[in-house]
Design a protein around this ligand. Structure first.
Ligand SMILES: [Fe+2]
Ligand SMILES: [Fe+2]
Length: 276
């Protein structure tokens, strides 16, 4: 296959018990079923809060199955809990082996690799960084192997959290937003051993498209909602949407889309679903 089309969605925050964001998922669903990409990748926060209600993941799986399109997913902090991070950050709902296992029971492996159109596409579980779980080292060792076996092909990495804001060694403003500083050098060194052209993430609920060296960093806009500036500092574009990719040997086209039909919930709705 010379080309491979992919739609990335992220941060759908779905729940049978809290259906406030279901309308925007329906808009994404219509686009996906119209465009018929070869693959959908969900980069995490499928659920409103799976650490509190495991049914959120089941509902999210039902929603993804309803797309009638092949898909792969990776977990976010609202799916499996969050990881410790910079400045001594201890998450209120930490990632655990049991939560990751429950996620995998619904969605399959929390990290994966696919070879298409001359590329290697890799999904990573960002919630394992600095977790200390056995899974963290297993994933790192697996990633080293996956990147060593690319034979010069370009690589795209999908990961819930951004690797960086502007630089690997920057002062970090929000510790739970990015890959922890202590994990960045080993991860970047691992990726530098291969030709990683794309690092695509979610989590921030802001859209962004920027470069570090030869790697394009794409922050996929959230499906569910954005946050007001007084709750979350503005770094990128605060609109809901999705990203379309067309991979071909040695190239990828990237198209950030912001469907006008995706609504932006009022902050009162967000406060009702999440205590802001
Ligand atoms: Fe999110
Ligand atoms: Fe997140």
């Amino acid at each position: 296959m010379d080309t491979f089309t992919l739609i990335q969605i992220t941060d759908t925050h779905l729940s049978r018990a809290r259906p406030e964001f279901a309308g925007n998922f329906e808009v994404a669903s219509q686009i996906i079923q119209q465009d018929k990409p070869d693959l959908v990748v969900h980069t995490g926060d499928i659920a409103v809060e799976a650490t509190a209600r495991s049914d959120d993941l089941l509902f999210g799986k039902e929603a993804m199955d309803s797309l009638n399109t092949p898909f792969r997913a990776i977990p976010g902090n609202h799916d499996v809990g969050d990881n410790p991070s910079d400045h001594g950050y201890v998450p209120p709902k930490p990632v655990t082996d049991a939560l990751v296992q429950t996620y995998e029971d619904h969605f399959g492996p929390d990290h994966w690799a696919i070879d298409q159109a001359g590329w290697r596409l890799i999904g990573l579980n960002a919630q394992l960084f600095s977790s200390g779980l056995v899974r963290e080292k297993q994933q790192h060792d697996w990633l080293v192997r996956m990147l060593a076996e690319t034979d010069g092909r370009p690589v795209a990495v999908f990961c819930h959290k951004p690797l960086l804001r502007d630089a690997i060694d920057e002062p970090v403003d929000v510790p739970y937003r990015y890959v922890p500083l202590v994990n960045r050098d080993p991860l970047a060194a691992t990726m530098d051993a291969a030709d990683v052209r794309l690092f695509a993430c979610g989590h921030v609920h802001q859209a962004r498209d920027h470069w570090r060296g030869n790697t394009r960093h794409v922050w996929c806009p959230a499906t569910a909602f954005t946050l007001p500036d007084d709750v979350q500092p503005r770094v990128g574009d605060k609109r809901c949407g999705l990203v379309s990719y067309r991979f071909s040997p040695d190239a990828v086209e990237v198209d950030l889309q912001f469907p006008p039909a995706m609504l932006h919930p009022e902050v009162e709705v967000l406060r009702k679903v999440y205590a802001l």
